[in-house]
Design a protein. Structure first.
Length: 564
């Protein structure tokens, strides 16, 4: 159990099996680029959809946790309601092995279970056969979750104090796993339809969580307060969170431009930041307006929108967005963390990836939303300048799409953010039809909302919506480290230039348009280029000025002197 389950060099039979499972996909990970990565049985147990997971579908979590500040530990329980999809005698849930299970109960009976790494395999007294029936499983546990080494990038509990010495705690666990602090089916493909969250904390502190606050109850000793929150919508596992501290709460409302009505805005900030927060958070409303017009209404209208001051930079916790950017605007005049983490309410929370290896569905879209926000507020030219600041951050070391079924979270760079945003900007330039482009974004909202999806779903949807085949485009940008490389040769002639062009790509055949700037007046010519040399006559072109427009396309370009 403790040895590597499989590696990419040499290829293990399990890897071969996983490869065959995805052989028919349009977009599939290119495993040769990950040959230096070793994945263990624990990775597979966490990332793969084994029969012990696929046999049931979670419908509701009723989760209660007591935060013992002085002991740096927690004690809690989770009542898991699920629908049986296939008859089974055993299911898998997840809880990190450093947390102790006190008991697992089903129909008043304590169940036998086996712990393998961070997976918990539960055996029922008899085979469950009533498919479609709703069952309830209760897990009672306790322990001390890991402290986050570098939140939110390296996850776990965040145990800080505010400047007044009050406890200021939270959790950020994307990638690391929600099962690092509570028991559940910890796979992105299965979200509960709704959820109740109860958090018990010392009376002098507040506990903020996802959804709508239903009640605050105090125990008989008047030492503890239990905050009851309710999430009306499906929620992915790493989004479930808490914030504990000496919070000041104020409210506002956003009026929908689509006539939907008023959206409640809740802000929870450290008490001494209340005045600056009231002014700084005014930018939330114009941001919501831009995204509403570009994509669709704020997706979690019933639960409301909340921004919560957190002891780390930021995180897209659904309906309770973590904010930790110290009330700073960038040179464009807005707070990047507010825009980016709020954008995840649309891409990441409302439209969610079904496998962690496909996190580009969250981050590439949301980083591109930053560009669209700048375009919405300040115009296309400033949006291009903003996007250009991201170009030098692209590393092209690994593909954006990583190996499936192993809960991949080891990207060495931020290409899924910056390269992903440039990929969408390039795709928009290829399509060359903004009406169709923005109509597609609204179609994504309508067709994939409250669903978990795969990369293939995005590609097929775009191809069907545009009635064009962009599969090779997505494969090149997602499945290989490098973008398309444009090779071109220019020869000056009377009245213009001869231009030879071709793409060099890993995907074959490959065809993609590109635009060349042909003189110092900015005149352009649009060419459809393939992976074979093509010759074009460019009239009135300057040989010195002729070059591809890399503001509209993320490509690598090489001017050559011969056609090799």
């Amino acid at each position: 159990k403790d040895k590597a389950f499989f590696t990419f060099a040499p290829m293990h039979r399990w890897l071969l099996l996983f490869s065959l499972c995805y052989a028919q996909q349009l977009i599939q990970p290119q495993l040769q680029y990950f040959k230096d990565f070793v994945f263990t049985a624990a990775d597979t147990l966490r990332g793969a959809l084994r029969p012990e997971r696929t046999c049931y579908d979670v419908t509701f979590y009723d989760f209660h946790v007591k935060i013992l500040i002085e002991q740096d530990s927690i004690i809690g329980n989770n009542h898991i309601y699920f629908i049986l999809k296939e008859p089974t005698k055993r299911i898998q849930i997840d809880l990190f092995k450093n947390l102790k299970i006190d008991s697992i109960l089903f129909e008043g009976q304590q169940l036998h279970y086996e712990r393998i790494h961070n997976a918990v395999f539960i055996d029922f007294p008899k085979r469950l056969i009533d498919t479609g029936a709703v069952y309830k499983l209760s897990v009672y546990y306790r322990g001390r979750p890991r402290e986050a080494p570098l939140p939110p990038w390296q996850g776990g509990f965040v145990r800080e104090k505010d400047r007044n010495g009050n406890p200021w705690w939270s959790v950020a666990c994307e990638g690391y796993g929600a099962s690092s602090w509570w028991p559940l089916k910890d796979h992105l493909s299965d979200e509960p339809d709704s959820m109740r969250i109860r958090i018990t904390v010392p009376k002098n502190l507040q506990a903020i969580s996802n959804g709508e606050l239903l009640s605050i109850e105090y125990d008989e000793t008047n030492q503890w307060a239990t905050y009851e929150w309710y999430v009306t919508y499906p929620i992915n596992s790493y989004n479930v969170t808490f914030y504990i501290g000496d919070y000041y709460h104020f409210q506002d409302h956003y009026t929908s431009t689509l006539g939907i009505g008023l959206l409640q805005l809740d802000f929870y900030v450290l008490r001494y930041n209340a005045i600056k927060a009231r002014e700084h958070f005014q930018q939330v409303k114009p941001m919501l307006q831009c995204f509403e017009q570009l994509i669709g209404p704020y997706p979690f209208w019933v639960d409301g929108y909340a921004l919560v001051e957190a002891p780390y930079w930021g995180m897209e916790h659904q309906g309770a967005i973590a904010y930790g950017n110290h009330y700073k605007n960038n040179r464009w005049g807005f707070d990047y963390i507010i825009v980016h983490e709020s954008g995840h309410e649309w891409f990441g929370n409302y439209i969610s990836a079904a496998d962690h290896a496909e996190l580009w569905i969250h981050e590439s879209f949301t980083t591109y939303l930053e560009i669209l926000f700048v375009e919405c507020r300040y115009g296309k030219e400033k949006a291009q300048v903003y996007l250009n600041t991201y170009r030098d951050r692209i590393r092209n070391q690994l593909p954006i799409l990583a190996p499936l079924n192993v809960n991949f979270d080891r990207w060495p760079d931020s290409d899924m953010y910056y390269k992903g945003a440039w990929m969408f900007h390039t795709l928009r330039s290829c399509l060359n039809n903004d009406s169709l482009w923005f109509a597609w974004f609204k179609a994504l909202y309508d067709d994939f909302g409250l669903k978990t999806i795969h990369s293939d779903d995005i590609v097929k949807h775009f191809n069907q919506f545009t009635q064009q085949d962009y599969t090779a485009f997505f494969r090149q940008y997602l499945c290989h480290p490098k973008p398309p490389r444009l090779y071109y040769r220019v020869k000056k002639k009377k009245g213009g230039c001869l231009l030879w062009v071709r793409w060099e790509t890993e995907e074959k055949p490959f065809s993609m348009p590109v635009e060349f700037i042909i003189n110092n007046k900015g005149k352009r010519v649009r060419l459809v280029v393939t992976d074979q040399w093509q010759q074009h006559w460019i009239e009135n072109a300057s040989a010195e000025m002729l070059h591809p427009d890399t503001d509209k396309f993320y490509i690598l370009s090489n001017r050559v002197t011969s056609l090799k």
